[in-house]
Design a binder for this molecule. Sequence first.
Ligand code: PMV
Length: 293
Amino acid sequence: MRAFAPGKVILLGEHAVVYGHPALAGALSCGVTVESEPGRGVLRVPSWGVEARASDPSALGRAYAAIVEAAGGALDVDLTARFDLPSGAGLGSSAALSVAIARVLGLDGKRLLDAAMAAENVFHGRASGIDHAVSAHGGFGLFTRADGLKPLRAAQPVPLVVGNSGRARDTQGRVARVAELAAQSPSETRARFDAIARLVERAAQAIAEARFGDLGAAMDENQRHLAALEVSCDEIEAMCSSARDAGAVGAKLTGGGGGGCVIALAPGREEAVRAAWTRAGWHSFVTTVGGAP
Ligand code: PMV
């Protein structure tokens, strides 16, 4: 048996989502494939160089145990997980792993979501839930803390270039800094969150109608707000400029910021953006977002 689950990107709305606003997220075309074969419950993750059992005290072992328990306990299979997206880059690889394991063990619907959430809580403490919800549903969605993921209609998947800034992303530190700004200048910060929420709405409309120019403009504006909220960094700004110079219609950080990944929307110019980033030493790949689950 074999099951696939996609990674995710936040297209717009990160950080504002912490304060109750919607974030627009989509499933990547790349993710995690888990294969099962007769065995005794061993989970192998070759690209992490580890294997685990559900009785192991490691994070992977405990996350795996949460899914195995939801699937009814004892296992007569071994699992091997293969990644075709980078880990630790804010692209939802751990959630994709959890969803793919849950799927190959026969879970679906709410039981799959609950099992993946339990595993994500092991990996990330109190996870927001966006990663595994997007991975399980596929497509695009608007995510709020209160209501979870609401699927979003899209005219077609969106092509994206995803590049790694080479600097570790700092979700915790940047979330803390935004909280300081919100305490120091509440009305200014609230106005930014409101502006970001309007951009999320505009981007959702643009995705519904495949208006990529408008989606790109919303991404650029969102990036300016993120920079003002002090969650960007020099590398991210340089990558965004380089992408725009190479023909991208929009570019921004994705996820926690302070480092991590940049996404560029450059329909038909993807390879030019990649080439510019490669010349400057940034690794990237081309993917589509929002395809079928
Ligand atoms: O860095 P990631 O992919 O875990 O995304 C963080 C997104 C934030 O909005 C900054 C935080 C959150 O919990 O939603």
